[in-house]
Design a protein around this ligand. Sequence first.
Ligand code: SF4
Ligand code: SF4
Length: 307
Amino acid sequence: MSPLILDIKGNSLDDGPGIRSVIFLKGCPLSCAWCHNPESKNSGVEISFDPELCVGCGTCMDTCTEKALSRETPFFINREKCTLCFDCVRACPSTALEQVGKEMDIDTIVQSVTRDKPFFDASGGGVTFSGGEPTLFTEFLGRAAQAFKEKGVQVLVETCGLFDGRRFDTLVYPHVDLIYFDIKLMDSQAHKKYCGRSNTTILDNFRTLFRRYREGGVKVLPRTPLIPGITDTRDNISAIIDFYKQEKVGETRLLPYHPLWRDKIKKLGISRPAEKDMETDQWMAKETLAACEKEFARAGILTQGTA
Ligand code: SF4
Ligand code: SF4
């Protein structure tokens, strides 16, 4: 199965060491209530509307033969009528309407990204596969990672950890240099409630990959998104620390909550998911992040570094 590409972001300093190009694949097996990239959850193509960019010219409404666009419709697009022909996107002069998800073959991706190889080499950077969940497309991911390795580009995979371990080992693992592995909630029921699936396979995959790393394999760096009242609770942080002690994890990263996903879901015409559990519109306070970092530091686990 080939994924749709959501975006390829160049010159990124956020998704791994050095300067990187980040390839966002569309589709995820989880459904986290706080997902920072809601446009990447659904593996199919979508249409988005950004009212901030709209100049009100009306060209799109004249173009749409399905009469799917109206100022009276919440989020502007009637998605039951829309056939995703994207005529309106092509007609819009301001990019207020956009196609979300595009087909791209591996050769085209590799060719466009490796133009930045001099910057990767000078900075210790490379390419990062993100999502969505890139391992949802194991075969594509493996072939793309291999193609980058053959060009001498360092490959990092960001994963939620929910994948078929055997297929990952065979198709992807030989072609990656670094794995960023999300550990969100230790309680399986809570994981199911907030992320849609239990964490059993995720924790098993983590144990396997991390033990292999300790024996000289590919580096695995666990990361935890800190979500107010959900993953940043004292109980969850303590449980993660206990798990890391058992697995001899000495380094992690904490990703502070931000509310930017709220604007993104409006552009996609999605009502707020799990609203009762996600009431904060605020960026995470520095003090909250510092308090969580302190807990890990007390246990001898680093939360900052270059990897
Ligand atoms: S994608 Fe096509 S059907 Fe959908 S709103 Fe635009 S023009 Fe209409
Ligand atoms: S064509 Fe674009 S700018 Fe014009 S009304 Fe439609 S969305 Fe707005």
